[in-house]
Design a protein around this ligand. Structure first.
Ligand code: HDL
Ligand code: ZN
Length: 445
């Protein structure tokens, strides 16, 4: 087949075509296959109230991003938090639809996302009520719907988040009901409590039969290693991950004292003597998601988290002191992005990824992607969906492809301006690197 040369006239379409036709490995989501149960009635009317697979219009509309936004328009002084949380999911969805989509222009990225989902499914986003959409979803079977959404979104591999300290999640793995896990889904052992709140983690581990004390000791370190190995095997996890607050530092300053420092010191001991050694022996990356200050507004529950600027030097010190470990890192503060990019230029064991959470908006995705292309070439992972509801793949990826595509096309225009010849095959290779191979190669490195 003749090579297609890139020109100023065709660069936009060649880039969009390459991104659109590159099957995506989504390397961080909160999605699950149907074997983990679903709280959404299937055609037979069966529900698993604590099911982990979220999908359908009511779950899409009650995504915690939209909960935060609806309380800005109808504040808790008018609709108390408790009243909202006592509503059914359908009642919450009706309230959000009426408030943010009918009475207001659905201009936020989270609102626009819902409309993109409806449009991709061939539904009219102009309905005044949710009845029509509910009728459509009531006819869907979770397994068929999963196949359809992955096909439409162009995603062929979904990386989960599997928080082992969550009782619902843990019991589903121990009960074995979710086995075998759909091979398109890969597990990630999420271990926040071990690093963020070791005293609590130690209590739970002790309950589960691991010989750990409230403070780390030699046996406790060995037992936490045993715990990690057992869960990595059970989940066949492809990396371990943790979310860390903005104030996380590494190493902890020796002057640190008091109970918070005691917990922080215990977390650091477990990081250095349990987590990183097990990652090394298994050649698994440790995923660090840094800058989330949890439950600032607790009454908003999952919608109540905030962002804070973190210390990139902690990432630098980690990469420097543990050269045989691999670190997948994303940071939540826009202000950290440039420093993190520069840090990635110094360490081959650091792979930065995604425009996480409050950064997952077109204006910031484009800004951050341009910065990364200019500083890192194609040696980074531009995006993950972070989807919690399956349907969100239908908007998070199309919206990100548009932004990544605009940034890439501009960079190719700059290269054409130097007289360099480029072909469609090279653009396709770059799309493959950015959307799949940088992640897969980092895992196997
Ligand atoms: O800790 C995380 O993985 C974050 O992505 C949180 O789940 C956050 O609530 C979220 O959903 N962000 O998109
Ligand atoms: Zn997440």
């Amino acid at each position: 087949m003749d090579e297609i040369n890139l020109t100023l006239e065709n660069v936009e379409s060649v880039v969009q075509h390459a991104l659109l036709h590159q099957p995506i490995t989504d390397m961080h989501t909160h999605l699950y296959p149907p074997t983990f149960g679903t709280p959404v009635p299937n055609r037979a009317g069966h529900v698993d109230a604590d099911g982990l697979m979220l999908w359908g219009i009511d779950q899409t509309l009650t995504y915690h991003y939209l909960v935060a936004e609806v309380f800005r328009v109808v504040p808790a002084t008018q609709l108390p938090f408790d009243t909202f949380w006592k509503m059914t999911v359908a009642q919450q969805a009706d309230h959000i639809w009426q408030t943010l989509f009918i009475e207001r222009t659905p201009i936020s990225e989270a609102c626009r996302g819902v409309l993109t989902v409806l449009e991709r499914l061939g539904l009219d986003p102009n309905e005044k009520s949710l009845d029509t959409y509910r009728r459509f979803f009531n006819q869907q079977d979770p397994d068929d719907y999963l196949n359809r959404v992955m096909e439409l979104a162009g995603v062929n591999s979904i990386t989960m988040t599997n928080p082992v300290f969550d009782d619902n999640e843990r019991q589903r793995w121990l009960g074995g009901a979710n086995h075998p896990v759909d091979s398109r889904f890969k597990a990630v052992l999420r271990i926040d409590a071990i690093l963020r709140d070791y005293p609590m983690a130690a209590r739970r581990l002790h309950e589960w039969g691991y010989g750990v004390q409230p403070q780390p000791d030699a046996r406790g370190i060995a037992e936490v290693q045993r715990f990690l190995r057992e869960w990595l095997d059970r989940q066949q996890a492809i990396y371990m991950a943790v979310s860390l607050p903005p104030e996380w530092t590494y190493p902890i300053s020796p002057a640190a004292a008091g109970s918070a420092a005691t917990a922080a010191n215990a977390g650091q001991t477990m990081l250095e003597q349990a987590v990183l050694p097990v990652c090394r022996e298994r050649k698994l990356p440790l995923g660090l998601m840094i800058g989330a200050r949890l439950r600032v507004q607790a009454q908003l529950r999952e919608a109540g988290d905030m962002v804070g600027r973190a210390d990139v030097l902690a990432v630098v010190n980690l990469c420097l002191r543990h050269p045989d470990n691999k670190f997948l890192v994303t940071m939540l503060s826009r202000e950290n992005q440039h420093e993190l990019c520069v840090a990635a230029r110094k360490f081959g064991n650091l792979m930065i990824f995604g425009c996480w959470w409050f950064l997952n908006n077109p204006s910031l995705i484009e800004e951050i992607t341009r910065m990364r292309l200019e500083l890192l070439g194609t040696s980074f992972i531009p995006q993950h969906s972070d989807a919690r509801v399956l349907d969100q793949l239908l908007y998070k990826w199309p919206h990100s492809r548009e932004c990544i595509g605009r940034a890439l096309a501009d960079k190719y225009r700059d290269l054409l301006g130097t007289g360099l010849r480029l072909t469609q095959a090279q653009v396709q290779r770059d799309a493959r690197l950015l959307l799949v191979e940088n992640f897969q190669d980092f895992l196997s490195r």
